[in-house]
Design a protein around this ligand. Structure first.
Ligand SMILES: NC(=O)c1ccc[n+]([C@@H]2O[C@H](COP(=O)([O-])OP(=O)(O)OC[C@H]3O[C@@H](n4cnc5c(N)ncnc54)[C@H](OP(=O)(O)O)[C@@H]3O)[C@@H](O)[C@H]2O)c1
Length: 231
């Protein structure tokens, strides 16, 4: 059986992705603080900001993989703060890096021995992995590093039959976006795509399933943003 291990499937893009993979016949294992509401998903409760997270969940996580032939590991959970280069809080920056970067690296190390040929490691990046906007300092720097991590993953796993890619969503209709953008500004945000609307999380889920199934994408950065309008 094909298995998906995904972080942050309790809401938004992660939840939609878990549903998409489940519908396609995959077993889904979610890692987040609150549970994924989908029936049949195995929940491994963890706070990715906790540096001891992997030690705490490794036995349960590895046990949940029994019977998995190929694995897709999707690093989806992330933290997004409003902060700037002038006023970044070092502890908040550390926590963002712990969730957005250290946890993916630690999960890769834990799960790679269980990943056979045909497996994949997919990173959910952001448009802000390749450009910056004011006021999202820690997020922008971490998402740039996600692309670097994907590229290093590709080089280190050459010959293993395991592929990787980084999918960069544009403005997607989730709690993270609604928390970050005031409601009265949202219509303007929707107009920043060439389709004049927000992305539905299911569209990113479908893109991630496609990436998991197509090793030809190995090493790619995929911009899944409906064509962002630059102003
Ligand atoms: N929405 C957008 O417009 C957009 C655009 C570009 C990129 N993205 C990227 O898409 C990904 C998903 O974001 P989303 O929009 O779907 O956000 P979301 O709805 O807020 O979901 C975030 C998920 O991350 C999990 N998470 C956050 N902190 C965690 C922690 N400390 N430990 C464990 N899990 C944690 C949350 O689970 P718990 O709270 O249950 O722990 C939740 O399931 C992120 O990588 C984000 O950067 C989103």
């Amino acid at each position: 059986m094909q298995c998906l291990v995904i972080t942050g499937a309790s809401s938004g893009i992660g939840l939609a992705t878990a549903n998409t993979f489940q519908q396609a016949g995959w077993r889904v294992i979610n890692i987040s603080r609150s549970a994924c509401p989908l029936k049949g998903v195995v929940n491994v409760t963890a706070d990715l900001a906790d540096p001891t997270m992997v030690a705490k969940i490794s036995a349960l996580l590895l046990d949940s993989l029994q019977g998995c032939t190929a694995l897709s590991l999707i690093h989806n959970a992330a933290r997004l703060d409003h902060d700037t280069v002038q006023a970044v809080d070092p502890e908040a920056l550390r926590q963002t890096y712990e969730i957005n970067l250290i946890a993916p690296a630690a999960l890769n190390r834990l799960l790679l021995p269980a990943m056979s040929e045909g497996s994949s490691i997919l990173y959910v990046g952001s448009t802000l992995g390749e450009k910056a906007v004011p006021g999202s300092f820690s997020y922008v720097t971490s998402k740039h590093a996600s692309i670097g991590m994907m590229r290093a993953t590709c080089q280190d796993l050459a010959g293993s039959g395991i592929h990787t890619a980084c999918i960069n969503p544009g403005f997607t209709d989730t709690e993270m976006l609604r928390d970050h953008i005031p409601a009265d500004v949202m219509p303007e945000i929707a107009q920043m795509s060439a389709f004049g609307r927000l992305i539905d999380p299911t569209e990113i889920g479908a893109t991630l399933l496609f990436a998991a199934q197509n090793p030809v994408l190995n090493g790619s950065v995929l911009n899944a943003n409906l064509g962002q309008i630059e102003r």
